[in-house]
Write a protein that binds this ligand. Structure first.
Ligand code: GDP
Ligand code: IMO
Ligand code: MG
Length: 426
């Protein structure tokens, strides 16, 4: 079985939890995009694990792979691997020779670019993601394989510095000694992670040929996709299912199942249009603990948005849905779900591309009664779908009817065990 799991909103849908839950059925879990802008939380019997670069399937699968489509901060990776090895000593980690490297200079550039954007400030995670992908596409980027050669790193750092000299004015990187220190530090971290380097396109293909089950794990969410998200309030990589091929080298033709994860409401970190935003969303934010895993920033909160969800389902060609935080949403007395976008009184049948359109957008909602606290969670989990509160089932069935897809995984709590499966995942 070859599957891909993706977020269908603005990130933080609970992909980490669902990836961990299903990864018991997979030998390999492969990340193919993004970097440590991602923050994925997994809770197992009350113990919390946070993943940023390592795939969130690490606790259950045998092998985790960081694909060439990723941008990797070696310092953060070393820390993350050290931490992971405390719980899973024998985890097999492979990192693509072609993955690009985030340096401290990229993080500095991320902040400088945000300053210059001013009004069009994105609210990035400041993890150096944008500038590293810029260098990749400018063909000046540093790849993992380059870290074995000090001269190559030195040349590349100088090229990047020269290209971005204007932006780096006033920063420590104007000082050649600081750039020299960065080269040394990259070599040293490079030494620690070189043992994991591989031509991962071959590793994945060989595992596929020997019949292994492979799960591709997308970071971020469909609405942060650089091409199809709400540009420019997006991340710098493709976050839709298609990206798994370019980000890992594995053919999309061999993917059997696309799993889309969404939250029972919506959250977003950073700036930009948010059609179903609740302007005073603090109740759900507090109930759901909606503060960034990576940056700690309060997340903006909105109702579940079906036009947006249908768009990302289409763009990913989703087979199967997983919903998270149903326990949290149920605590609201009245729940709203966005069903329709209209502009000047006319329903629109496309997802808007022009920012001005979002100003004119009118969102229609339907309401549902909440289903209260899930106090008997363990009981419900053991009895399964039929035991879910009637109001919850109505809400879930409404979404299934609207999207035409089945919700096969229902998450009722942060812990791995607080999960109900239907049909194919039974
Ligand atoms: P990701 O980036 O998509 O992996 O999501 P994050 O880990 O950044 O954010 C999701 C948060 O919700 C984490 O703190 C999870 O532990 C938590 N979470 C996931 N699923 C559920 C759920 O069904 N109920 C509750 N209460 N928390 C959940
Ligand atoms: P996971 O994998 C939520 C958002 C940032 C910002 C925009 C660009 O945990 O779902 P970047 O640093 O990528 O240049 O920031 O994208 N963003 C995320 N929001 N979850 C994420 O990852 C995100 N990764 C990036 O907040 O608005
Ligand atoms: Mg997250």
């Amino acid at each position: 079985m070859i599957s891909v799991i993706l977020g269908l909103q603005f990130g933080d849908e609970g992909k980490g939890k669902i990836t961990d839950f299903i990864s018991k059925d997979y030998d390999d879990v492969v990340r193919f995009n993004g970097g440590s802008n991602a923050g994925h939380t997994v809770v197992i019997n009350g113990e919390k694990f946070k993943f940023h670069l390592v795939p969130s399937g690490a606790m259950q699968s045998n092998r985790v792979i960081l694909g060439n489509g990723m941008v990797i901060d070696p310092e953060e990776l070393v820390d993350e691997i050290d931490l992971l090895k405390k719980s899973k000593k024998n985890i097999d980690i492979k990192i693509s020779a072609g993955a690009h490297i985030v340096t401290k200079m990229h993080k500095c550039l991320d902040k400088k670019e945000e300053e210059i954007r001013s009004k069009l400030n994105i609210g990035t995670t400041s993890k150096g993601i944008g500038p590293t992908y810029e260098d990749k596409y400018a063909r000046t980027g540093i790849r993992l394989i380059d870290l074995s050669n000090t001269e190559i790193i030195r040349d590349k750092i100088e090229t990047i510095y020269n290209m971005k000299r204007q932006l780096l004015k006033g920063s420590i990187y104007e000082n050649p000694e600081e750039r020299g220190k960065m080269v040394e530090s990259l070599c040293s971290f490079g030494n620690s992670i070189m043992k994991y380097m591989d031509y991962t396109e071959n590793v994945i293909y060989n595992d596929y040929r020997s019949g292994k089950n492979i799960l591709f794990e997308g970071a971020q969410g469909g609405m942060l996709d650089i091409d199809f998200g709400i540009y420019p309030f997006v991340t710098s990589s493709n976050t839709l299912a298609g990206a798994l091929s370019t980000g890992s080298g594995f053919s999309f033709r061999k993917v059997d199942r696309v799993i889309g994860v969404f939250k029972a409401y919506t959250s977003k970190v950073g700036a930009g249009p948010f059609p179903s935003e609740i302007l005073n969303g603090s109740t759900l934010r507090d109930l759901g603990g909606e503060y960034g895993t990576t940056t700690g920033r309060p997340r903006r909160i909105g109702w579940l948005d079906l036009p947006l969800l249908k768009y990302t389902i289409m763009m990913n060609d989703v087979d199967s849905l997983a919903i998270t935080k149903v326990d949290i949403l149920g605590k609201m007395k009245t729940i709203k779900v966005a069903t329709k976008y209209t502009i000047d009184g006319k329903e629109i049948d496309y997802f808007p591309r022009r920012l001005e359109e979002f100003d004119k957008l009118h969102v229609d909602y339907v309401e549902f009664p909440g289903w209260g606290d899930i106090t008997n969670g363990e009981d419900i989990i053991s009895k399964g779908y039929q035991e879910l509160p009637e109001n919850m089932k109505k809400f879930l069935e409404f979404i299934e009817g609207e999207t035409g897809k089945t919700i096969d995984i229902i998450s009722l709590g942060e812990d791995r065990r607080m999960t109900i499966t239907k049909q194919i995942f039974n």
